[in-house]
Design a binder for this molecule. Structure first.
Ligand code: SAJ
Length: 406
């Protein structure tokens, strides 16, 4: 039996996927309300294919509880926040979960950490806790790091098809955990050591962050001299060895906007390109704010103009607002005297900010300048409704005449 600890964005789909593929799974989370919701037959966030997967897992016998189980395999998938000032990972939740596992687990069990951690975290924070509890690593407890790689918005597909990395101290343990993941994973599963697994995960997200920062910097250069950044990137990407990502209003989410900072925090004098890239991405909401003011001036709009932000989530078609560029922009805007911004997002049902709307038509009826912060499918399907508005399109998705870009 596998006990999955932490039933959030990664732990829940992983637990469900294993259960749906014949593994006996118990999901544990310290949040009782979350456990009750799952036990009432409801998922806790929106994700393509998740409800169907949930139904399959429940039919296969998955259970949810707040209690840690006595079993031979544990998968820890709890959050790893980072300290905004030191830029270092905060391993407190991982360490607490490991301690709770150690309190119940039999000798010889395997403990898999799925949470993303900065390179060296397992050596520095996890091994000492295990040894202090009287467990000998490699015999009393087998330690593994299997970082997740699935992208919100396409998690269920990617769980099935992505390649995976398993870092283990002993190759036999790595192979055993590989067999467990192979119960559902159709991708290649590479077995390596723990430190390498930690590093690869953070490097993958850092590569994407730096590439996006490059696109964002190009957008600024092109804006400065009136060039079309999208056309330039499109043509460059026709070269067989060039693949530039897209500029945007900022980089959000709990991964690309966080993980690269671990490297900056741990190697401040070495991680120069990464540091600059992260600052470029973090500066994008302010860049958008400046664009809003420029466009208002160009259209003779005064400070009483009605300006609306379309989108609150960190990216399209998810309900996750962590590190959202829109929230960052609103925080910056609050420091200025300009008029309050109106906000709407079809994925956010509860009121989280001031002047928030819950209906697209009502929102559009109340704004003159619309800023497309997120490219949700909903707005792509309703572009015609933007006719007659001044539009700042931060994702190059609107083909109405006269639209402004980054
Ligand atoms: N973004 C751009 N331009 C782009 C692509 C993305 O501005 O061309 C922005 C998005 O709008 C969003 C942010 O970047 O605000 C991050 O979105 P994302 O879709 O690039 O990535 P995440 O954070 O949802 O998921 C990433 C993925 N990592 C990689 O692709 C290397 C995913 O595979 C990881 O599993 C996930 O991080 C994670 O959990 O670490």
């Amino acid at each position: 039996m596998v006990n999955v600890i932490g039933l959030g964005y990664i732990g829940l789909p992983t637990a469900l996927m294993m259960a749906a593929h014949g593994v006996e799974v118990v999901g544990t989370d310290c949040n009782r309300e979350l456990v009750e919701t799952l036990n009432a037959g409801k998922t806790t966030f929106k994700e393509k294919g998740l409800d169907e997967l949930f139904a399959r897992a429940v039919a296969a016998g998955i259970r949810f509880t707040d209690a840690y189980q006595v079993t031979d395999t544990y998968i820890v998938s709890v959050p790893t926040p980072y300290d905004k000032f030191s830029k270092k990972v905060d391993p407190a939740y991982v360490v607490a979960a490991v301690q709770d596992v150690l309190a119940v687990c039999p000798k010889g069990a395997t403990l898999v950490i799925e949470s993303t951690v900065s390179p060296g975290t397992i050596d520095k924070y996890v091994r000492p806790v295990i040894e202090a509890a009287g467990f000998r690593l490699g015999s009393d407890l087998h330690l593994v790091h299997a970082p997740e790689r699935i992208i919100p918005g396409n998690m269920v597909y990617e769980l099935l098809h992505n390649n995976r990395t398993i870092g283990a101290d002993e190759p036999e343990t790595g192979e055993a955990v590989k067999a467990l993941y192979a119960s559902f994973c159709q991708g290649e599963i590479v077995v390596t050591d723990i430190r390498t697994a930690e590093m690869t995960k953070v490097v993958e997200n850092t590569f994407r962050a730096v590439n996006i920062a490059f696109a964002n910097e190009l957008a600024k250069i092109c804006r400065h001299d009136g060039m079309d950044v999208y056309e330039i990137i499109r043509i460059c990407n026709m070269h067989p060895r060039v693949n530039i990502l897209q500029p945007g209003p900022g980089v959000g989410g709990h991964c690309i906007s966080v993980d690269p900072w671990f490297l900056v925090g741990d190697y401040p004098s070495l991680a120069k390109v990464i540091d600059e890239a992260m600052k470029t991405n973090d500066g994008m909401p302010d860049f958008v704010l400046n664009r809003i003011h420029e466009i208002m001036q160009q259209n003779g709009m005064t400070d009483t103009a009605r300006v609306g932000l379309y989108g609150l989530t960190y990216k399209e078609d998810v309900d996750d607002m962590r590190e959202s560029p829109t929230l960052q922009l609103l925080e910056s805007q609050a420091r200025h005297l300009a008029p309050p911004l109106k906000v709407y997002d079809p994925f956010i049902a509860e009121d989280v900010v001031e002047n928030q709307y819950h209906d697209l038509d009502a929102f559009l009826a109340d704004v003159d300048l619309v800023v497309l912060m997120v490219k949700h499918t909903e707005i792509r399907q309703n572009m015609a409704k933007l006719a007659g508005k001044v539009v700042l399109d931060c994702h190059n998705i609107c083909d109405l005449p006269g639209v402004y870009h980054l």
